[in-house]
Design a protein around this ligand. Structure first.
Ligand SMILES: CC(C)(COP(=O)(O)OP(=O)(O)OC[C@H]1O[C@@H](n2cnc3c(N)ncnc32)[C@H](O)[C@@H]1OP(=O)(O)O)[C@@H](O)C(=O)NCCC(=O)NCCS
Length: 174
């Protein structure tokens, strides 16, 4: 199957699609929350995302049925003194998990990065240590563990979890 990647637009359909994906139990759990977002807060948040210059959000659709939204990709730019880092996060509809879509989303971001379409020096991701599926989508696309980690309290797990940093450099020999 071919996938279409489309940047989110200011319309009800895209807002509803992203809200649905962010309300998937799996997504809520691995984002550290215990319930889905409040729709009014989410609408405000969505409007803010549309005008942010430091974040791009794509919806992933099926080429066979562009009304079927299967996943999302966020890319957030963080300026460091000597470089710009693009932070990647992604999610897929639960019923489609385990079929290669997460890997295809990371493959998309790697391809646009190595072809110069992302204004960043490196792309990174912070992945919860227990999130094996997410880590695999990155390592299968040439990301490597940097050894950096941070602790965050995840309400969903009621504990402090370890987030591990994975990165991909444009000029490295992956
Ligand atoms: C993480 C996520 C995007 C992965 O998407 P996906 O489409 O299921 O991933 P893929 O089908 O490409 O599978 C990736 C790898 O993980 C493995 N995998 C999938 N589910 C797994 C699980 N529950 N336990 C262990 N491995 C798993 C797959 O077997 C595959 O590895 P393989 O190719 O060596 O067999 C998806 O699970 C998701 O939306 N999770 C909720 C949100 C989230 O965690 N986002 C990541 C934030 S950084």
């Amino acid at each position: 199957m071919l996938f279409l990647f489309e940047r989110i637009k200011n319309n009800e359909e895209d807002l509803a699609s992203l809200f649905k994906l962010k309300s998937e139990p799996n997504d809520i759990y691995w984002s550290g929350y215990t319930s889905h977002p409040n729709i009014l807060d989410f609408e405000n948040w969505y409007q803010e995302q549309l005008v942010r210059s430091d974040r791009k959000i794509w919806l992933v659709k099926s080429s066979e049925n562009p009304f079927e939204v299967m996943g999302y990709l966020y890319l957030t730019f963080v300026k460091e003194p000597d470089k710009i880092i693009g932070l990647v996060s992604h999610g897929v509809e639960k019923k489609l998990a385990g079929r290669g879509l997460g890997t295809a989303i990371v493959n998309f971001v790697v391809n646009i990065f190595i072809n110069g379409f992302i204004p960043a020096n490196e792309i990174h991701s912070w992945v919860t240590q227990e999130n094996i599926a997410s880590a695999r989508t990155f390592t299968k696309n040439g990301f490597i563990k940097s050894g950096l980690s941070k602790e965050e309290f995840y309400k969903s797990m009621n504990k402090s979890v370890k987030l591990e940093n994975y990165f991909f450099e444009r000029n490295s020999q992956h």
